[in-house]
Write a protein that binds this ligand. Structure first.
Ligand SMILES: Cc1cc2nc3c(=O)[nH]c(=O)nc-3n(C[C@H](O)[C@H](O)[C@H](O)COP(=O)(O)OP(=O)(O)OC[C@H]3O[C@@H](n4cnc5c(N)ncnc54)[C@H](O)[C@@H]3O)c2cc1C
Length: 391
């Protein structure tokens, strides 16, 4: 996503030099969100980007893994030989974390790539017993599709609630009920001890029958290939970019799931693994590549992060970034079909999560962007438009 968007943004912004997009996967570049939704259920064949690379003068080199980079020589290593560059953009994304001990066990799946989704499609069609490891975004979306396909689904989660890494307990609590509503079993405090063909064994001794196991326990930046390059990596293995998305090496940028950037808006470094970041970041990268040549003022990347998830018949959207010290405020009943939770810092909206309330999301995103002071009493009234709750 971020690689394609960078190439397209370069052309849109008037770059006339040669652009080469190298990718390890053999497929025409494609979008990932449909993989856990329509592609999995077979209602969409694929999700290739609607981009005419040839017309844009973008050279695609697919099925080619880049093995290393030598910033001083401005050169990449590939199995086919060295590839020189003037400017390099790192957009290698993230790879799913594997479940220790489960690798190589028949019937164990990940869900990151088109190949993964295509392997899972017939599994769903067989309507088997499926165990999902991890109640995060991917686990919830996969469980949704598997229930829709008529599978028996058990989701095991080591934490005490779904989305424990992303949301505080009070916000995630109502989401736990969504699993049962959809006919899926959610088992929290459940640690996997081992996986064997046909079953998952938990720490408490229980044995869950599993014709298939889908592991969704998170992803980490795909940066192993940068080892020894001298390009600075952060504590999560991500490329450390600056506010213009430049890395520590000259003429090397990084964008998308593989890179973190310092957020001026939130006063901390953010590593975002969501689609919108792989859409917005590339525009900044392209502007800075072009600006470097024309002397334009630098483009600073300081977005209000945004993502969505479709799970258990609900449209979940989040904008901004919250910290544990921020105040939460509810709009609507969290046991009902639609509600929003807002996070406030010094009277201003810093983040919101909207379930089935896209208008709240759209208005909230603009209010976060503008840093508008809000009136908490007005904000708590779900009948009042969010934008009418300004202080
Ligand atoms: C199943 C699924 C569903 C999702 N749904 C949503 C959603 O609903 N909403 C949302 O906001 N986000 C969603 N996301 C997240 C979103 O898709 C990602 O944030 C986005 O794809 C990141 O783009 P990227 O270009 O940084 O990484 P990627 O899309 O992962 O692309 C990186 C590419 O680099 C290639 N690569 C890696 N290393 C090398 C190498 N050494 N040499 C050559 N090529 C290499 C990889 O093969 C890959 O094709 C979803 C992700 C998945 C997996």
């Amino acid at each position: 996503m971020a690689g394609v968007q960078t190439a397209v943004a370069l052309r849109e912004q008037g770059f006339t030099g040669s652009v080469t997009l190298i990718g390890a996967e053999p497929h025409q570049p494609y979008d990932r969100p449909p993989l856990s939704k329509a592609v999995l259920l077979g209602t969409a064949e694929g999700s290739a980007f609607d981009v005419d690379f040839e017309a844009l003068g973008i050279e695609l080199r697919l099925g080619r893994e880049v093995l290393g980079v030598h910033p001083a020589e401005h050169e990449l290593d590939t199995a086919e030989g060295p590839v020189p560059y003037d400017v390099l953009v790192l957009a290698t994304g993230a790879e799913p974390i594997r479940l220790p001990g489960a690798e190589g066990v028949p019937g164990v799946h990940l869900l990151r790539t088109l190949d993964d989704a295509e392997r899972l499609r017939p599994v769903l069609a067989r309507q088997h017993d499926i165990v999902v490891v991890g109640a995060g975004w991917i686990g919830a979306e996969f469980a949704t599709a598997a229930r829709e396909a008529g599978c028996a689904v058990t989701v095991v989660e080591a934490a005490d609630r779904p989305l424990a890494g992303a949301l505080p307990a009070e916000v995630a609590a109502p989401m736990a009920a969504w699993y049962a509503d959809a006919g899926a079993t959610l088992r929290t405090h459940a640690r996997v001890r081992s996986v064997e063909p046909g079953a998952v064994l938990l720490d408490d001794g229980s044995r869950l029958p599993a014709d298939a196991v889908v592991v969704g326990i998170g992803a980490r930046p795909a940066t192993a290939w940068l080892a020894g390059s001298g390009i600075e990596l952060g504590s999560h293995g991500e490329v450390v970019a600056d506010d213009r998305l430049r890395t520590s090496a000259p003429d090397v940028y990084a964008v998308g799931d593989c890179a973190s950037f310092p957020s001026g808006r939130y006063g901390e470094r953010l590593l975002v693994h969501h689609w919108d970041n792989a859409l917005q970041g590339p525009r900044t990268v392209a502007a800075n590549i072009l600006g470097g040549a024309t002397g334009e003022p630098p483009a600073v990347y300081d977005p209000v992060p945004y993502f969505w998830s479709e799970q258990f018949g609900r449209f979940v959207q989040y904008a901004g970034h919250h910290a544990s010290a921020d105040t939460t405020l509810w709009r609507g009943d969290p046991t009902g079909p639609s509600w929003t939770v807002c996070w406030l810092r010094e009277g201003r909206l810093v983040a919101l999560l909207a379930v089935g309330r896209p208008r709240d999301l759209a208005q909230g995103r603009r209010l976060i962007e503008a840093g508008t002071p809000m009136d908490p009493t007005l904000l708590a009234d779900p009948a009042r438009p969010l934008k009418a709750a300004m202080a």
